[in-house]
Write a protein that binds this ligand. Structure first.
Ligand code: PHE
Length: 357
C-alpha cells in the first residue's frame, strides 16, 4: 500500500493529546495553542497535504483528519476549562477570609471583637489634638433647617454659592427647607446662639460629625463623610491666630514630614477665606490619581468670621471677632494612612479594616 500523509495520524494524535494534558497553565495553553490546533499545527499541515492523495482516497482521509482534529480540540477545551477553574480556585484561596476572625465565637474570644473604624479613631485623635490646644468639643444635628445650613451662614436662598454644596433634601415641611447638613458649619450657628442665650462668650470649640453631599463617590469623595469644624469667637482675633492654629494642628497630627499651605478661596461665611491643603501622601507631591495630578490634597476651608454671620446670631461684631475652619476627617485619615482610594473606608473589606485594629 502506498504511504499516505496520514499513516502516523493515530500516534501523532496521541502525542498531541499528551501535550494538551501536560499544559500547566492558561498562559502556556495560550502560547502553545497555535502549535496544537492552529495554523502552525501538524493538523493544519496535513490538511494541506491531502492534495497529494488520489481523489478517491481524499474523502476518507479528510474525514479521519477531521475526527482527529475534533478529538484534539475537545481535549484542548477541556484542559482550558480545568486550568481556568484551577486558576480561579487559587485566586479564591488568596482572597479567602478566615470567617473565624469575624464571626464571634467563644473559642477565639476576644480576637473576634470588632474595633472602632479608622474614621472614628481619626475623629478621636483630632479631638485630642484640639483639646490639647484649649478647644472644647461639641456636636450638632445631622438634619438641619435651610436656615442653619445656609441662610445664617450668609448664603441666602437661590444664592449662586449654594452650588458649592450639592444637597440632599429631607421630605419634611415645605419642599427644600430641611436638609442633611452639607458641612459641619451649621453647628457654629447653634453654638453661637446658645453662647449668646447663656451670655457665655468667648467660644473656642471644635465640632466633629457626619455630613452629606450629593457627590459621586471617587478616590477623594464619599456622599456621607465627616468633618471637624472649628470656631473661635473672642476679642482681637486676627488671621495670624487662625494660621497659627492650622499650622500647629498640622504639625501635631501629621508630624513634620507633611507640608501644608493656605490658598485664597471664597466661602460666604468667612472673609477673608482660605483653602487648607497638604502634600499628597500617596505620591509625595509628584502627582497621582488620588490628587488628580496636583500633588496637593485639600483638607478643608477656613477664614475670619464674616460680620453677616455674627449679625445673624446677634453677636456684636465691634466687640467680638473670630475665625472658623472645617476639615474632612476622612481626608485626614486618608492622608495620614496613605489610602489611595477613600472608598476603601466604607467597603468593609476585612483585610483593609484589620490594618487599623
Ligand atoms: N464649610 C466649608 C465646607 O465644607 C468649610 C469651611 C468651614 C470654610 C469654616 C470656612 C470656614 O466647604
Amino acid at each position: 500500500m502506498a504511504s499516505s500523509p496520514l499513516d502516523n495520524l493515530a500516534e501523532q494524535t496521541a502525542q498531541l493529546l499528551a501535550t494538551v494534558a501536560a499544559l500547566g497553565s492558561i498562559d502556556q495553553l495560550r502560547d502553545d495553542e497555535p502549535m496544537i490546533t492552529g495554523k502552525r499545527s501538524f493538523l493544519s499541515t496535513l490538511q494541506k497535504s491531502l492534495g497529494v492523495l488520489a481523489p478517491e482516497d481524499r474523502k476518507d482521509a479528510g474525514a479521519r483528519l477531521q475526527e482527529a482534529r475534533r478529538t484534539v480540540e475537545a481535549a484542548l477545551e477541556g484542559r482550558r476549562d480545568e486550568l481556568t477553574r484551577a486558576a480561579r480556585l487559587r485566586q479564591l484561596e488568596v482572597d479567602r477570609m478566615d470567617l473565624g476572625d469575624v464571626v464571634v465565637g467563644a473559642v477565639r474570644w476576644p480576637a473576634t471583637v470588632g474595633h472602632p473604624s479608622l474614621v472614628a479613631v481619626t475623629q478621636r485623635e483630632l479631638e485630642d489634638v484640639f483639646v490639647a490646644m484649649g478647644f472644647t468639643v461639641s456636636e450638632g444635628p445631622e438634619v438641619e433647617s435651610d436656615w442653619y445650613n445656609f441662610e445664617a451662614l450668609n448664603i441666602p436662598p437661590a444664592h449662586p454659592a449654594r452650588g458649592m454644596w450639592d444637597t440632599f433634601y429631607v421630605e419634611l415641611g415645605e419642599p427644600e427647607t430641611v436638609v442633611l447638613r452639607t458641612h459641619t458649619s451649621p453647628t457654629q450657628i447653634h453654638l453661637m446662639e446658645s453662647a449668646v442665650a447663656r451670655d457665655s462668650l468667648p467660644i473656642h470649640a471644635v465640632m466633629p460629625g457626619r455630613c452629606y453631599r450629593r457627590d459621586t463617590p471617587d478616590a477623594r469623595h464619599l456622599a456621607a463623610f465627616h468633618q471637624v469644624e472649628g470656631l473661635v469667637v473672642d476679642h482681637h482675633i486676627a488671621f495670624s491666630d487662625l494660621a497659627g492654629v492650622i499650622e500647629t494642628f498640622t504639625r501635631a497630627y501629621f508630624g513634620p514630614d507633611i507640608e501644608s499651605r493656605l490658598r485664597p478661596a471664597f466661602f460666604p461665611f468667612t472673609e477673608p477665606s482660605a483653602e487648607f491643603e497638604v502634600t499628597c501622601t500617596i505620591c509625595r507631591g509628584e502627582g497621582c490619581r488620588t490628587c488628580s495630578q496636583t500633588g496637593w490634597i485639600e483638607l478643608g476651608g477656613c477664614g475670619m468670621l464674616d460680620p453677616a454671620v455674627l449679625d445673624a446670631v446677634g453677636i456684636d461684631g465691634d466687640e467680638w471677632s473670630g475665625f472658623a475652619f472645617g476639615f474632612g476627617i476622612d481626608r485626614c485619615a486618608q492622608m495620614r494612612h496613605q489610602i489611595a482610594d477613600m472608598r476603601a473606608l466604607v467597603e468593609n473589606d476585612a483585610r483593609f479594616l484589620r490594618q487599623f485594629s
